[in-house]
Structure formats: C-alpha cells, structure tokens
Design a protein around this ligand. Structure first.
Ligand SMILES: *[C@@H]1O[C@H](CO)[C@@H](O)[C@H](O)[C@H]1NC(C)=O
Ligand SMILES: *[C@@H]1O[C@H](CO)[C@@H](O)[C@H](O)[C@H]1NC(C)=O
Ligand SMILES: *[C@@H]1O[C@H](CO)[C@@H](O)[C@H](O)[C@H]1NC(C)=O
Ligand SMILES: [Zn+2]
Length: 409
C-alpha cells in the first residue's frame, strides 16, 4: 500500500517563495506528518488519511529544508506540485483584475463573487420572490459584516429543513459559489419548484465573511476568522464548535491554522450558526457544511475514529450523492467519516450538528480543488463544478423527502 502525498512548499506572506512538493511513501509513514499539523509553517490544504490519496501541504521557505530532511530521513517520497504558490496567487490576481462581470443584484458563475455582491443578490431575490425567499441576518461577523441566511420555502412553519453553510473557511472560494448555485437553481429555475414544495432550504453562503473578504483583499490563503489574539489573528471556526472541543486534531496555539479558540464558541460567527441550528433543531433533518477541497463526502465523527451508530445510512446516502455527481462527467468523491478519511478534527461543525444539536444526517462536503492552478479551481471551472455537484444536492433532497416527508423508510 502506498500513501501518495503532495506537498506544497511555499512561503506565507511576503518572504521569498519556494514551492510545492509531491510525495509518495508507505502508509505507516503518514504519522510523520502529524507532527507538522499544529505548526504554522505547515498549512495542510488537503490531508487525506486513506491510502493512495495525495496530501497537499504548503510549507514556508524557512521550514522547507527541515521538512525535506524529515521526509527523506523517514523514507518519504515527495514532489513539488506548485513551486511557488505566490506566483499562482499573483496570476489569479491578474485574472481577477479583469473587468468584473458581476451585475449589481445578480449572480455569476464566471467569477468568484465578493461578499457585498453576494448579499446584494440574496436581498434582490428576497425582493423579487417574496413568497418563497426570506433573507435573515442571523448575526454580525467580528468586523461587523452581516451574516445573511436565505430560507427558501413554499410557506408554512415547522417544515422539514435542509441546512447548509459555506465558506466558514475563508479561502474555500468554490464553496460560496456552490451555495449560490443551489439558491439560484431553487429560486430562479422554474423546473425546480418541487424541490422546495415540502422541504425548506436554509443556506448561509458566507459563514466567515471577514476571513472571506481578507482572502480577496490581503491574503489569498487565509483560513480562519479575523478576531485578534495576543500574537496572531483568527480562530479556525471549524474547530470552535462545542462538541468534544479542543480534542484531537485541534490546536490551542493561536497562530496555528487549526487553532480552536480560547474557549468553545469564542467566535461570533460560530455563535450565530449555533443559535440558528438550536432554534430550528426539530426541523433540520440534514446538515451540510460546504468546504473545499479534495472531493470527499465526509460525516462524523471528526473527534474519534469510532463510527457513528448510523454509519451505514450515512454511507448509503453519500453513495447516492456520489452516484448523482459522477453521472454528469465522471467526477467521484470518497465517502467516510472525517477522522477515517482526513484525520481528526474535533470541534468541527458537522460533529456539533450531529452530537450536540441532534441532526443525525450531518455532512461535510469537500468540493474539487485547483491542482496546479492553486487552492481553488480557476474561475472558468466554477460553472461545470457547481452544475455537476448540484445533482448531488438533488440526491440529498430526494433522500430527505423519502425519509421525512413520504415516510418511505
Ligand atoms: C414550531 O417551531 C417553533 C419555532 O421553532 C416552535 O417554537 C414550535 O414549538 C414548533 N411547533 C411545533 C408544532 O412543533
Ligand atoms: C427546464 O426543463 C426543460 C425540460 O427538461 C429544459 O429543456 C429546460 O432547459 C429547463 N430549464 C432550465 C432553466 O433549466
Ligand atoms: C469532463 O471530464 C473531462 C475528463 O476529465 C474533462 O476534460 C472535461 O473538462 C469535463 N467537462 C466538464 C464540463 O467538466
Ligand atoms: Zn474547510
């Protein structure tokens, strides 16, 4: 058995750039990587624990030599995937500077939208489709941005609800595009009215807007919130939820990419999600956190390798979703628990939704990444990705309808 790993060797911030490395080794050697996880010199873009899957790591120039020495002395093989991440970021910036195609109040899948453009679209939908679209500000970010949630409903209260959030990790730009496509298809494509007939959709396209905007203005690869610590900024909001908080796969070091915060729910953004999930806990039957990248359909637990009691059902639904997506153009996803697919991540939102809120069907979807193009796919890939993945969301809906509306199971 082989563990393929892709390492990105790169500087963070302004220092001289290095690059990315790609790498192959035996499965047992994977544990060598764990030591690097909390160190801010190492940014795990994607870190599967399963065999034959690549691990992508961005490494600062300062740590590159030590990293390569460690790899070699442990017999781990690697190769550079992106030699200089800053160059891909700069190339993306040049592309982004081209005239924006965003029309005020409209959505586009030809480029990654800014937070204010996204909110303008959501508010416009609320005005144009008052019978089915309700926008709600469920809280403010640390820097005071509105956390906007859209509920799409045929009317009535206490309806079976599918809840989704995206971009809780700031740099995962394909995630809000996905959320927006779901909203766009539900509201503006008359073919899809049956999808909200019996089931409500509650969607937050940008759950961490401060971080998201920061990735557009300042640091493309920012992941966390923007609340200040004493030395470093930001908390990993997907380690900040109060279920097995600060357990395995979370860091108490404030400069770490996986810093879980000084306490559970230290972040106003995660508090807002918590309050909404708790308020509608009886209605929400499916929770999906939209992330990138790696093409994974994962589910609890993230704090332990033990399987949930309903593992078989979670796998079966994941397989339906994967089948629907891959039928479009062959894109496949790996299915399993977070810990067993990617490694521990205590305090993540899908664990909280299942373990603390009681939403049994709780998932995290890792959308496709950009490969050698950088963290996210280039903007030209947004449309094909959201189109094919939408078929997966329809499959999720079909299952929820069968189980909770039609009572098939
Ligand atoms: C409907 O939802 C509201 C708000 O979540 C809740 O207070 C109420 O008890 C629910 N009613 C029923 C019949 O479940
Ligand atoms: C609605 O469905 C019809 C029939 O399948 C199709 O031709 C049409 O393009 C669809 N409309 C949209 C907006 O997707
Ligand atoms: C479909 O898959 C092929 C092979 O991977 C790829 O070259 C092509 O770009 C894909 N098309 C779309 C629309 O995603
Ligand atoms: Zn993420």
């Amino acid at each position: 058995m082989k563990l393929l790993a892709t390492f990105l060797l790169v500087w963070l911030g302004h220092s001289n750039a290095e690059g990315q490395v790609h790498y192959e080794g035996s499965a047992t050697q994977a544990s060598v990587l764990n030591a690097f996880e909390e160190d801010p010199n190492f940014d795990f873009w994607s870190r599967p624990r399963i065999f034959d899957a690549p691990v992508d790591i961005m490494v600062t120039p300062a740590a590159q030599q030590m990293f390569e020495d460690t790899m070699r002395s442990n017999g781990l093989d690697y190769r550079i995937l992106i030699d200089n991440v800053e160059e891909t970021v700069q190339a993306e910036k040049v592309r982004l500077r081209k005239a924006s195609t965003v029309v005020a109040g409209e959505v586009t899948f030809e480029e990654f939208m800014r937070h204010d453009e996204i909110n303008a679209y959501l508010l416009r939908l609320g005005e144009d489709y008052p019978d089915i679209v309700k926008t709600e500000v469920i809280g403010k970010s640390f820097e005071g941005r509105d956390l906007v949630l859209v509920r799409i409903s045929s009317g009535g209260t206490n309806k079976t609800t599918i809840f989704m959030d995206a971009a809780i990790h700031a740099r995962e730009w394909i995630a809000p595009s996905m959320a927006l496509y779901i909203i766009n298809q539900l509201v503006e494509n008359p073919n899809n009215t049956d999808l909200y007939e019996d089931i409500d959709w509650a969607i937050i396209p940008v759950a961490n807007p401060d971080g998201y905007e920061y990735t557009h203005t300042t640091a493309r690869l920012w992941r966390k919130t923007r609340s200040p610590g004493t030395i470093c900024y930001g908390v990993d909001p997907n380690r900040n939820f109060d279920y097995m908080w600060m357990g395995a796969g979370a860091s108490d070091w404030q400069c770490s990419y996986i810093y879980a915060g000084y306490t559970a729910f230290s972040e106003v953004e995660t508090q807002a999600l918590r309050d909404y999930l708790m308020a509608y806990k009886d209605d929400i039957k499916l929770y999906i956190a939209i992330h990138s990248y790696g093409q994974y359909i994962i589910f609890p637990w993230g704090y332990t390798s033990a399987l949930p009691d309903d593992n078989d059902e979670l796998v079966a639904v994941g397989e339906r979703v994967n089948a629907a997506i891959s039928a479009v153009n062959g894109t496949t996803y790996c299915i399993g628990t977070s810990t067993n697919m990617l490694g521990t991540a205590a305090g993540c939102s899908d664990d909280y939704a299942k373990g603390a809120v009681g939403i049994e069907l709780s998932y995290c979807l890792e959308l496709p990444g950009g490969g050698t193009a950088g963290f996210d796919p280039p903007a030209s890939r947004i449309q094909p990705i959201v189109e094919e993945t939408w078929e997966g969301f329809k499959a999720y809906h079909a299952y929820i309808k069968e189980k909770f509306v039609d009572g098939v199971y």
